[in-house]
Design a protein around this ligand. Structure first.
Ligand code: SAH
Ligand code: SF4
Ligand code: F3S
Length: 492
Protein backbone atom coordinates (compact mmCIF):
# COMPACT_ATOMS: atom_id res chain seq x y z
CA UNK A 1 0.00 0.00 0.00
CA UNK A 2 1.24 3.50 -0.82
CA UNK A 3 -0.28 6.76 0.31
CA UNK A 4 0.19 8.72 -2.91
CA UNK A 5 0.17 7.17 -6.34
CA UNK A 6 3.82 6.93 -7.26
CA UNK A 7 5.00 7.98 -10.68
CA UNK A 8 6.63 5.09 -12.53
CA UNK A 9 9.83 4.63 -10.61
CA UNK A 10 13.08 4.33 -12.48
CA UNK A 11 15.03 1.11 -11.95
CA UNK A 12 17.46 1.41 -9.08
CA UNK A 13 20.52 1.11 -11.36
CA UNK A 14 19.41 3.91 -13.67
CA UNK A 15 18.82 6.14 -10.67
CA UNK A 16 22.32 5.39 -9.46
CA UNK A 17 23.90 6.07 -12.83
CA UNK A 18 22.23 9.42 -13.34
CA UNK A 19 22.85 10.71 -9.83
CA UNK A 20 25.89 11.42 -7.68
CA UNK A 21 26.89 8.83 -5.12
CA UNK A 22 24.61 9.00 -2.13
CA UNK A 23 25.16 8.00 1.49
CA UNK A 24 22.95 5.87 3.70
CA UNK A 25 23.03 5.75 7.49
CA UNK A 26 21.25 2.93 9.29
CA UNK A 27 20.56 3.03 13.02
CA UNK A 28 19.86 -0.48 14.28
CA UNK A 29 17.83 -1.02 17.47
CA UNK A 30 16.79 -4.42 18.86
CA UNK A 31 17.95 -7.95 18.27
CA UNK A 32 20.34 -9.72 15.91
CA UNK A 33 17.51 -10.18 13.42
CA UNK A 34 17.59 -6.44 12.91
CA UNK A 35 21.39 -6.41 12.71
CA UNK A 36 21.15 -9.01 9.95
CA UNK A 37 18.33 -7.14 8.19
CA UNK A 38 20.32 -3.89 8.30
CA UNK A 39 23.11 -5.62 6.37
CA UNK A 40 20.59 -6.81 3.75
CA UNK A 41 19.27 -3.23 3.46
CA UNK A 42 22.80 -1.93 2.89
CA UNK A 43 23.23 -4.49 0.09
CA UNK A 44 19.99 -3.40 -1.57
CA UNK A 45 20.98 0.24 -1.17
CA UNK A 46 24.42 -0.35 -2.57
CA UNK A 47 22.80 -1.74 -5.74
CA UNK A 48 20.81 1.50 -5.85
CA UNK A 49 23.98 3.59 -5.71
CA UNK A 50 24.26 4.25 -1.97
CA UNK A 51 27.38 3.96 0.10
CA UNK A 52 27.22 3.39 3.83
CA UNK A 53 28.15 6.19 6.19
CA UNK A 54 28.53 6.19 9.97
CA UNK A 55 27.56 9.84 10.21
CA UNK A 56 23.86 10.75 10.11
CA UNK A 57 24.75 14.37 9.28
CA UNK A 58 26.51 13.15 6.14
CA UNK A 59 23.58 11.02 4.97
CA UNK A 60 21.09 11.40 2.12
CA UNK A 61 19.07 8.56 3.61
CA UNK A 62 18.57 7.72 7.28
CA UNK A 63 16.91 4.43 8.20
CA UNK A 64 15.90 3.59 11.75
CA UNK A 65 15.62 -0.19 11.97
CA UNK A 66 13.29 -0.31 14.92
CA UNK A 67 12.36 -2.71 17.73
CA UNK A 68 9.06 -2.88 19.58
CA UNK A 69 9.68 -5.69 22.05
CA UNK A 70 9.37 -3.26 24.96
CA UNK A 71 7.83 0.19 25.10
CA UNK A 72 11.18 1.80 25.78
CA UNK A 73 12.65 0.56 22.48
CA UNK A 74 9.69 2.03 20.65
CA UNK A 75 10.11 5.39 22.41
CA UNK A 76 13.77 5.39 21.47
CA UNK A 77 12.81 5.27 17.83
CA UNK A 78 10.26 8.07 18.14
CA UNK A 79 12.78 10.35 19.85
CA UNK A 80 15.37 9.51 17.17
CA UNK A 81 12.99 10.66 14.45
CA UNK A 82 12.63 13.90 16.38
CA UNK A 83 16.42 14.34 16.33
CA UNK A 84 16.78 13.58 12.62
CA UNK A 85 13.97 15.95 11.71
CA UNK A 86 16.36 18.84 12.39
CA UNK A 87 18.84 17.39 9.90
CA UNK A 88 16.06 17.39 7.35
CA UNK A 89 15.55 21.11 7.87
CA UNK A 90 19.19 21.64 6.81
CA UNK A 91 19.06 19.11 3.99
CA UNK A 92 15.66 18.91 2.29
CA UNK A 93 17.03 16.12 0.05
CA UNK A 94 17.30 13.80 3.06
CA UNK A 95 15.00 10.76 3.05
CA UNK A 96 13.90 9.48 6.47
CA UNK A 97 12.74 5.86 6.75
CA UNK A 98 11.63 3.50 9.52
CA UNK A 99 11.98 -0.26 9.09
CA UNK A 100 11.78 -3.22 11.47
CA UNK A 101 9.25 -4.19 14.10
CA UNK A 102 7.67 -0.81 14.93
CA UNK A 103 7.21 -0.23 11.20
CA UNK A 104 5.52 -3.61 10.89
CA UNK A 105 3.29 -3.00 13.88
CA UNK A 106 2.29 0.60 13.21
CA UNK A 107 2.43 0.83 9.41
CA UNK A 108 0.66 3.87 8.06
CA UNK A 109 0.00 5.26 11.56
CA UNK A 110 3.69 6.16 11.78
CA UNK A 111 3.29 8.67 8.95
CA UNK A 112 0.73 10.52 11.04
CA UNK A 113 2.83 10.31 14.22
CA UNK A 114 5.94 11.56 12.40
CA UNK A 115 5.22 14.06 9.61
CA UNK A 116 8.91 14.17 8.64
CA UNK A 117 8.92 10.45 7.81
CA UNK A 118 9.12 9.52 4.10
CA UNK A 119 9.09 5.73 4.09
CA UNK A 120 7.89 2.84 6.26
CA UNK A 121 8.95 -0.70 5.41
CA UNK A 122 8.53 -4.00 7.25
CA UNK A 123 10.98 -6.86 7.88
CA UNK A 124 9.70 -8.69 4.77
CA UNK A 125 10.59 -5.70 2.55
CA UNK A 126 14.24 -5.11 3.53
CA UNK A 127 15.56 -6.27 0.17
CA UNK A 128 13.31 -3.78 -1.62
CA UNK A 129 14.54 -0.68 0.18
CA UNK A 130 16.59 0.54 -2.80
CA UNK A 131 13.51 0.57 -5.00
CA UNK A 132 11.28 2.09 -2.29
CA UNK A 133 13.66 5.00 -1.68
CA UNK A 134 13.74 5.45 -5.47
CA UNK A 135 9.96 5.96 -5.37
CA UNK A 136 10.31 8.74 -2.78
CA UNK A 137 12.97 10.49 -4.85
CA UNK A 138 11.11 10.09 -8.14
CA UNK A 139 8.09 11.67 -6.48
CA UNK A 140 10.18 14.61 -5.31
CA UNK A 141 11.64 15.06 -8.79
CA UNK A 142 8.09 15.53 -10.02
CA UNK A 143 7.15 17.83 -7.17
CA UNK A 144 5.00 15.26 -5.33
CA UNK A 145 5.41 13.94 -1.80
CA UNK A 146 5.34 10.15 -2.07
CA UNK A 147 5.45 8.30 1.25
CA UNK A 148 5.43 4.56 0.61
CA UNK A 149 4.26 2.20 3.37
CA UNK A 150 5.12 -1.43 2.62
CA UNK A 151 4.72 -3.63 5.67
CA UNK A 152 2.53 -6.57 4.65
CA UNK A 153 3.86 -10.05 5.31
CA UNK A 154 4.78 -12.01 2.22
CA UNK A 155 2.76 -15.23 2.04
CA UNK A 156 4.82 -17.86 3.84
CA UNK A 157 4.48 -20.31 0.96
CA UNK A 158 6.09 -17.89 -1.46
CA UNK A 159 8.49 -16.12 0.90
CA UNK A 160 12.11 -16.25 -0.26
CA UNK A 161 15.09 -15.30 1.85
CA UNK A 162 17.66 -12.79 0.66
CA UNK A 163 20.96 -14.28 -0.41
CA UNK A 164 23.55 -12.21 1.44
CA UNK A 165 26.71 -11.05 -0.28
CA UNK A 166 29.95 -12.45 1.12
CA UNK A 167 31.28 -9.98 3.73
CA UNK A 168 34.33 -7.94 2.69
CA UNK A 169 35.27 -6.72 6.16
CA UNK A 170 37.42 -9.67 7.23
CA UNK A 171 35.00 -10.69 9.99
CA UNK A 172 35.73 -13.94 11.80
CA UNK A 173 32.24 -14.51 13.12
CA UNK A 174 28.94 -13.97 11.37
CA UNK A 175 25.20 -14.30 11.88
CA UNK A 176 23.08 -16.22 9.44
CA UNK A 177 19.29 -16.16 9.52
CA UNK A 178 17.92 -19.67 9.22
CA UNK A 179 14.27 -18.86 9.81
CA UNK A 180 11.97 -15.94 10.29
CA UNK A 181 8.86 -15.30 12.34
CA UNK A 182 7.35 -17.04 15.33
CA UNK A 183 4.32 -19.29 15.87
CA UNK A 184 4.40 -19.40 19.67
CA UNK A 185 2.28 -16.41 20.69
CA UNK A 186 3.55 -16.09 24.26
CA UNK A 187 1.00 -13.78 25.82
CA UNK A 188 3.43 -10.89 26.48
CA UNK A 189 5.21 -10.89 23.15
CA UNK A 190 4.76 -8.73 20.09
CA UNK A 191 7.17 -10.63 17.84
CA UNK A 192 4.58 -12.92 16.17
CA UNK A 193 2.67 -9.75 15.24
CA UNK A 194 5.70 -7.91 13.87
CA UNK A 195 7.52 -10.77 12.16
CA UNK A 196 4.70 -13.05 11.05
CA UNK A 197 4.63 -16.84 10.99
CA UNK A 198 7.63 -19.17 10.98
CA UNK A 199 9.32 -19.79 7.66
CA UNK A 200 12.51 -21.88 7.52
CA UNK A 201 15.20 -21.20 4.95
CA UNK A 202 15.98 -24.32 2.89
CA UNK A 203 18.92 -26.15 4.48
CA UNK A 204 20.81 -26.42 1.17
CA UNK A 205 20.76 -22.61 0.89
CA UNK A 206 22.04 -22.27 4.44
CA UNK A 207 24.94 -24.62 3.75
CA UNK A 208 25.81 -22.72 0.55
CA UNK A 209 25.72 -19.45 2.49
CA UNK A 210 27.98 -20.84 5.22
CA UNK A 211 30.44 -22.09 2.57
CA UNK A 212 30.55 -18.59 1.08
CA UNK A 213 31.14 -17.09 4.52
CA UNK A 214 34.01 -19.49 5.18
CA UNK A 215 35.58 -18.56 1.83
CA UNK A 216 35.38 -14.92 2.99
CA UNK A 217 37.34 -15.79 6.16
CA UNK A 218 34.52 -16.52 8.61
CA UNK A 219 35.30 -19.27 11.16
CA UNK A 220 32.23 -19.10 13.39
CA UNK A 221 28.55 -18.78 12.52
CA UNK A 222 25.55 -18.07 14.73
CA UNK A 223 22.35 -19.56 13.33
CA UNK A 224 19.67 -16.98 13.91
CA UNK A 225 15.92 -17.09 14.41
CA UNK A 226 13.27 -16.30 17.02
CA UNK A 227 12.95 -20.02 17.68
CA UNK A 228 15.71 -21.75 15.81
CA UNK A 229 15.02 -25.04 17.50
CA UNK A 230 11.67 -25.31 15.73
CA UNK A 231 13.61 -25.01 12.46
CA UNK A 232 12.24 -27.11 9.61
CA UNK A 233 8.84 -27.86 11.14
CA UNK A 234 6.98 -25.58 8.73
CA UNK A 235 8.69 -27.12 5.70
CA UNK A 236 8.24 -30.70 6.85
CA UNK A 237 4.54 -30.07 7.45
CA UNK A 238 4.12 -28.26 4.15
CA UNK A 239 5.68 -30.44 1.53
CA UNK A 240 6.97 -33.48 3.39
CA UNK A 241 10.17 -32.41 1.69
CA UNK A 242 12.39 -34.49 3.89
CA UNK A 243 13.81 -31.20 5.17
CA UNK A 244 16.12 -31.34 8.16
CA UNK A 245 15.11 -30.54 11.71
CA UNK A 246 17.34 -28.21 13.74
CA UNK A 247 19.69 -30.95 14.93
CA UNK A 248 19.97 -32.10 11.30
CA UNK A 249 20.74 -28.55 10.21
CA UNK A 250 23.54 -28.27 12.79
CA UNK A 251 25.04 -31.51 11.46
CA UNK A 252 24.81 -30.23 7.87
CA UNK A 253 26.48 -26.92 8.77
CA UNK A 254 29.14 -28.75 10.81
CA UNK A 255 30.06 -30.56 7.58
CA UNK A 256 31.39 -27.32 6.05
CA UNK A 257 35.20 -27.57 5.94
CA UNK A 258 37.05 -24.66 7.47
CA UNK A 259 34.19 -23.71 9.79
CA UNK A 260 35.39 -24.01 13.40
CA UNK A 261 32.45 -23.03 15.56
CA UNK A 262 28.65 -23.08 15.47
CA UNK A 263 26.36 -21.17 17.80
CA UNK A 264 22.65 -20.49 17.64
CA UNK A 265 20.11 -18.15 19.14
CA UNK A 266 17.39 -18.19 20.34
CA UNK A 267 15.41 -21.21 21.47
CA UNK A 268 12.16 -22.10 23.16
CA UNK A 269 12.30 -24.77 25.90
CA UNK A 270 9.34 -26.63 24.39
CA UNK A 271 11.33 -27.35 21.21
CA UNK A 272 14.47 -28.41 23.05
CA UNK A 273 14.39 -31.92 21.60
CA UNK A 274 16.43 -34.95 22.66
CA UNK A 275 18.10 -34.73 19.25
CA UNK A 276 19.21 -31.17 19.96
CA UNK A 277 20.50 -32.15 23.40
CA UNK A 278 22.41 -35.03 21.80
CA UNK A 279 23.92 -32.65 19.25
CA UNK A 280 25.85 -30.96 22.07
CA UNK A 281 27.64 -34.27 22.63
CA UNK A 282 27.91 -35.35 19.00
CA UNK A 283 28.97 -32.15 17.25
CA UNK A 284 32.33 -30.86 18.45
CA UNK A 285 31.85 -27.68 16.37
CA UNK A 286 28.69 -26.85 18.33
CA UNK A 287 29.93 -24.58 21.11
CA UNK A 288 29.00 -25.23 24.75
CA UNK A 289 26.79 -22.21 25.21
CA UNK A 290 23.02 -22.46 25.23
CA UNK A 291 20.62 -19.54 25.61
CA UNK A 292 17.30 -21.07 26.64
CA UNK A 293 14.78 -18.48 27.83
CA UNK A 294 12.42 -19.60 30.59
CA UNK A 295 10.91 -16.15 31.53
CA UNK A 296 9.76 -17.13 35.07
CA UNK A 297 10.32 -19.74 37.76
CA UNK A 298 6.62 -19.84 38.66
CA UNK A 299 4.37 -22.37 36.94
CA UNK A 300 1.40 -20.13 37.55
CA UNK A 301 3.04 -17.18 35.79
CA UNK A 302 4.33 -19.42 32.97
CA UNK A 303 0.75 -20.55 32.34
CA UNK A 304 -0.42 -16.94 32.16
CA UNK A 305 2.46 -16.25 29.81
CA UNK A 306 1.33 -19.16 27.63
CA UNK A 307 4.85 -20.50 27.59
CA UNK A 308 3.89 -24.19 27.64
CA UNK A 309 6.95 -24.90 29.76
CA UNK A 310 7.19 -26.84 33.03
CA UNK A 311 9.97 -25.68 35.35
CA UNK A 312 10.93 -29.19 36.49
CA UNK A 313 11.24 -30.37 32.88
CA UNK A 314 13.32 -27.34 32.04
CA UNK A 315 15.72 -28.15 34.87
CA UNK A 316 15.81 -31.82 33.85
CA UNK A 317 16.81 -30.83 30.30
CA UNK A 318 19.61 -28.66 31.65
CA UNK A 319 20.77 -31.58 33.79
CA UNK A 320 20.92 -33.89 30.73
CA UNK A 321 22.72 -31.23 28.72
CA UNK A 322 25.29 -30.81 31.48
CA UNK A 323 25.83 -34.55 31.84
CA UNK A 324 26.69 -34.67 28.13
CA UNK A 325 28.69 -31.45 28.09
CA UNK A 326 30.01 -30.55 31.54
CA UNK A 327 31.60 -27.34 30.24
CA UNK A 328 28.23 -26.03 29.02
CA UNK A 329 27.33 -22.42 29.88
CA UNK A 330 23.62 -21.70 30.13
CA UNK A 331 21.85 -18.37 29.89
CA UNK A 332 18.22 -17.35 29.97
CA UNK A 333 15.72 -14.49 29.73
CA UNK A 334 13.52 -13.47 32.67
CA UNK A 335 10.58 -11.09 32.79
CA UNK A 336 9.66 -9.69 36.22
CA UNK A 337 6.38 -8.03 37.09
CA UNK A 338 4.16 -9.88 34.65
CA UNK A 339 0.50 -9.05 35.50
CA UNK A 340 -0.51 -10.94 38.64
CA UNK A 341 3.06 -11.88 39.62
CA UNK A 342 3.10 -12.14 43.44
CA UNK A 343 6.06 -12.05 45.84
CA UNK A 344 5.80 -15.87 46.00
CA UNK A 345 5.97 -16.15 42.21
CA UNK A 346 9.01 -13.90 42.20
CA UNK A 347 10.61 -15.97 44.98
CA UNK A 348 10.20 -19.02 42.73
CA UNK A 349 12.07 -17.21 39.97
CA UNK A 350 14.87 -16.35 42.40
CA UNK A 351 14.95 -20.01 43.51
CA UNK A 352 15.27 -21.22 39.92
CA UNK A 353 18.10 -18.75 39.26
CA UNK A 354 19.95 -20.04 42.37
CA UNK A 355 19.46 -23.69 41.46
CA UNK A 356 20.47 -23.52 37.80
CA UNK A 357 23.52 -21.29 38.08
CA UNK A 358 23.30 -19.54 34.72
CA UNK A 359 26.47 -18.00 33.32
CA UNK A 360 24.37 -14.93 32.61
CA UNK A 361 20.76 -13.83 32.30
CA UNK A 362 18.94 -11.10 30.38
CA UNK A 363 16.22 -9.68 32.58
CA UNK A 364 13.44 -7.23 31.85
CA UNK A 365 10.55 -5.50 33.59
CA UNK A 366 7.27 -6.48 31.95
CA UNK A 367 6.06 -3.92 29.43
CA UNK A 368 2.54 -4.29 27.96
CA UNK A 369 2.62 -4.48 24.15
CA UNK A 370 -0.25 -3.54 21.88
CA UNK A 371 -2.17 -6.43 20.35
CA UNK A 372 -0.78 -9.09 22.70
CA UNK A 373 -3.01 -11.28 24.90
CA UNK A 374 -1.35 -10.01 28.10
CA UNK A 375 -2.09 -6.38 27.17
CA UNK A 376 -5.75 -7.16 27.86
CA UNK A 377 -4.91 -8.05 31.49
CA UNK A 378 -4.44 -5.23 34.00
CA UNK A 379 -0.73 -4.36 34.29
CA UNK A 380 -1.13 -4.47 38.08
CA UNK A 381 2.40 -4.81 39.42
CA UNK A 382 3.46 -1.26 40.37
CA UNK A 383 6.47 0.16 38.57
CA UNK A 384 8.44 0.46 41.81
CA UNK A 385 7.84 -3.22 42.59
CA UNK A 386 8.95 -4.28 39.11
CA UNK A 387 12.06 -2.19 39.57
CA UNK A 388 12.84 -3.67 42.98
CA UNK A 389 12.39 -7.23 41.73
CA UNK A 390 14.62 -6.53 38.75
CA UNK A 391 17.33 -5.08 41.00
CA UNK A 392 17.17 -8.08 43.38
CA UNK A 393 17.28 -10.53 40.51
CA UNK A 394 20.20 -8.79 38.86
CA UNK A 395 22.12 -8.58 42.15
CA UNK A 396 21.67 -12.31 42.70
CA UNK A 397 22.76 -13.10 39.16
CA UNK A 398 25.78 -10.79 39.44
CA UNK A 399 27.04 -12.98 42.33
CA UNK A 400 26.38 -16.17 40.38
CA UNK A 401 28.08 -14.81 37.27
CA UNK A 402 31.08 -13.70 39.35
CA UNK A 403 31.39 -17.22 40.84
CA UNK A 404 31.10 -18.76 37.39
CA UNK A 405 33.69 -16.40 35.91
CA UNK A 406 36.07 -17.05 38.85
CA UNK A 407 36.21 -20.68 37.71
CA UNK A 408 38.29 -19.56 34.71
CA UNK A 409 41.15 -18.20 36.86
CA UNK A 410 44.38 -20.04 35.97
CA UNK A 411 42.59 -22.28 33.42
CA UNK A 412 43.75 -23.01 29.90
CA UNK A 413 41.07 -22.20 27.35
CA UNK A 414 40.71 -22.32 23.59
CA UNK A 415 40.14 -18.88 22.10
CA UNK A 416 39.03 -17.91 18.60
CA UNK A 417 40.67 -14.56 17.91
CA UNK A 418 38.42 -11.99 16.26
CA UNK A 419 40.53 -8.83 16.02
CA UNK A 420 41.93 -5.99 18.10
CA UNK A 421 40.44 -5.64 21.58
CA UNK A 422 38.07 -2.68 21.84
CA UNK A 423 40.66 -0.59 23.65
CA UNK A 424 42.87 -0.83 20.58
CA UNK A 425 40.25 -0.99 17.86
CA UNK A 426 39.93 2.77 17.54
CA UNK A 427 43.63 3.39 16.93
CA UNK A 428 44.33 0.74 14.30
CA UNK A 429 47.95 1.52 14.89
CA UNK A 430 50.46 0.16 12.41
CA UNK A 431 52.87 -2.46 13.73
CA UNK A 432 55.82 -0.16 13.13
CA UNK A 433 54.27 2.77 14.98
CA UNK A 434 53.20 0.57 17.88
CA UNK A 435 56.76 -0.78 18.22
CA UNK A 436 58.12 2.80 18.18
CA UNK A 437 55.85 4.02 20.98
CA UNK A 438 56.23 0.78 22.95
CA UNK A 439 52.55 -0.12 22.69
CA UNK A 440 51.77 -3.83 22.66
CA UNK A 441 49.07 -5.30 20.42
CA UNK A 442 45.99 -6.47 22.31
CA UNK A 443 43.59 -8.93 20.72
CA UNK A 444 40.07 -9.97 21.56
CA UNK A 445 38.70 -13.46 21.17
CA UNK A 446 36.10 -15.68 22.75
CA UNK A 447 36.09 -18.90 24.71
CA UNK A 448 33.83 -21.77 23.60
CA UNK A 449 31.34 -20.46 26.22
CA UNK A 450 31.35 -17.13 24.39
CA UNK A 451 33.18 -15.21 27.13
CA UNK A 452 35.40 -12.40 25.90
CA UNK A 453 39.15 -12.80 26.41
CA UNK A 454 41.74 -10.05 25.89
CA UNK A 455 45.29 -11.11 25.20
CA UNK A 456 48.28 -8.77 25.05
CA UNK A 457 51.30 -9.91 23.07
CA UNK A 458 54.73 -8.71 22.00
CA UNK A 459 54.13 -10.19 18.54
CA UNK A 460 53.72 -7.00 16.56
CA UNK A 461 52.14 -8.85 13.69
CA UNK A 462 49.47 -10.48 15.84
CA UNK A 463 46.78 -8.08 14.65
CA UNK A 464 47.45 -9.28 11.13
CA UNK A 465 48.09 -12.96 11.87
CA UNK A 466 45.84 -14.05 14.72
CA UNK A 467 42.28 -13.10 13.71
CA UNK A 468 40.52 -16.24 12.51
CA UNK A 469 43.01 -18.49 14.36
CA UNK A 470 42.39 -20.60 17.46
CA UNK A 471 44.86 -20.39 20.30
CA UNK A 472 45.43 -21.93 23.73
CA UNK A 473 45.30 -19.17 26.30
CA UNK A 474 46.05 -19.20 30.04
CA UNK A 475 43.66 -17.00 31.98
CA UNK A 476 45.54 -14.64 34.31
CA UNK A 477 42.79 -12.30 35.38
CA UNK A 478 39.03 -12.51 35.73
CA UNK A 479 37.07 -9.29 35.23
CA UNK A 480 33.36 -8.67 35.62
CA UNK A 481 32.42 -9.46 32.01
CA UNK A 482 35.68 -10.48 30.40
CA UNK A 483 38.90 -12.37 30.96
CA UNK A 484 42.55 -11.48 30.39
CA UNK A 485 45.13 -14.07 29.45
CA UNK A 486 48.44 -15.04 27.85
CA UNK A 487 48.77 -16.94 24.59
CA UNK A 488 50.46 -20.31 25.09
CA UNK A 489 50.40 -21.26 21.40
CA UNK A 490 48.31 -20.90 18.28
CA UNK A 491 46.62 -24.06 17.02
CA UNK A 492 47.61 -25.29 13.57
N1 SAH B 1 12.15 -15.69 20.74
C1 SAH B 1 12.79 -15.39 21.94
C2 SAH B 1 12.49 -14.04 22.54
C3 SAH B 1 12.60 -12.85 21.75
S1 SAH B 1 12.23 -11.40 22.62
C4 SAH B 1 12.35 -16.40 22.94
O1 SAH B 1 11.27 -16.93 22.87
O2 SAH B 1 13.10 -16.59 23.84
C5 SAH B 1 13.57 -11.35 23.78
C6 SAH B 1 13.14 -11.28 25.21
O3 SAH B 1 12.47 -10.08 25.46
C7 SAH B 1 12.16 -12.35 25.63
O4 SAH B 1 12.76 -13.57 25.90
C8 SAH B 1 11.56 -11.73 26.86
O5 SAH B 1 12.30 -12.04 28.01
C9 SAH B 1 11.66 -10.25 26.59
N2 SAH B 1 10.33 -9.69 26.31
C10 SAH B 1 9.52 -9.97 25.28
N3 SAH B 1 8.36 -9.29 25.38
C11 SAH B 1 8.44 -8.55 26.52
C12 SAH B 1 7.57 -7.66 27.17
N4 SAH B 1 6.36 -7.40 26.70
N5 SAH B 1 7.99 -7.07 28.31
C13 SAH B 1 9.21 -7.34 28.81
N6 SAH B 1 10.09 -8.19 28.24
C14 SAH B 1 9.70 -8.79 27.11
FE1 SF4 C 1 7.96 -14.02 21.52
FE2 SF4 C 1 7.39 -16.32 22.63
FE3 SF4 C 1 7.86 -16.18 20.02
FE4 SF4 C 1 9.85 -15.85 21.73
S1 SF4 C 1 8.64 -17.71 21.47
S2 SF4 C 1 9.41 -14.60 19.94
S3 SF4 C 1 8.84 -14.83 23.43
S4 SF4 C 1 6.14 -15.28 21.10
FE1 F3S D 1 12.78 -6.25 18.68
FE2 F3S D 1 11.63 -7.20 16.56
FE3 F3S D 1 13.88 -8.23 17.40
S1 F3S D 1 10.61 -6.56 18.37
S2 F3S D 1 13.76 -7.94 19.60
S3 F3S D 1 13.62 -6.20 16.65
S4 F3S D 1 12.19 -9.32 16.48
Amino acid sequence: MTLATPPTSSPAGADAASDRLRHAYIETIGCQMNVYDSERMLESLSRAGYRRTDRPDDADLIVINSCSVRERAEHKMISMIGGYRTLKEHNPELVLAVSGCVASQEGEKLLRRAPSLDLVLGPDQVTQIGELVGRVRDGRAEGARVRPVEVDFVDRHTYTFATPEAPQDGRVTSFITVMKGCNKFCSFCIVPMTRGREVSKPSADIVTEVEALVRAGVREVTLLGQNVNSYGKDRMARDGSGELDFAGLIAAVAGVDGLERIRFTTSHPMDCSDRLIAAFAEQPKLMPYFHLPIQSGSERVLRMMRRRTVVAEYEARIASLRSLRPDLAMSTDIIVGFPGETEDDFAETMGLIERVGFASIFSFAYSPRPGTAAARIDDDVPKAVKKRRLTELQALQAEITARWMAGFEGQEVEVLFEGPSTAHAAGEESAARMARIGMLPQLMGRTPQNTKVNVETDDYFALRDWPGRLGRVRIDHVGRNSLTGTLLHLLP
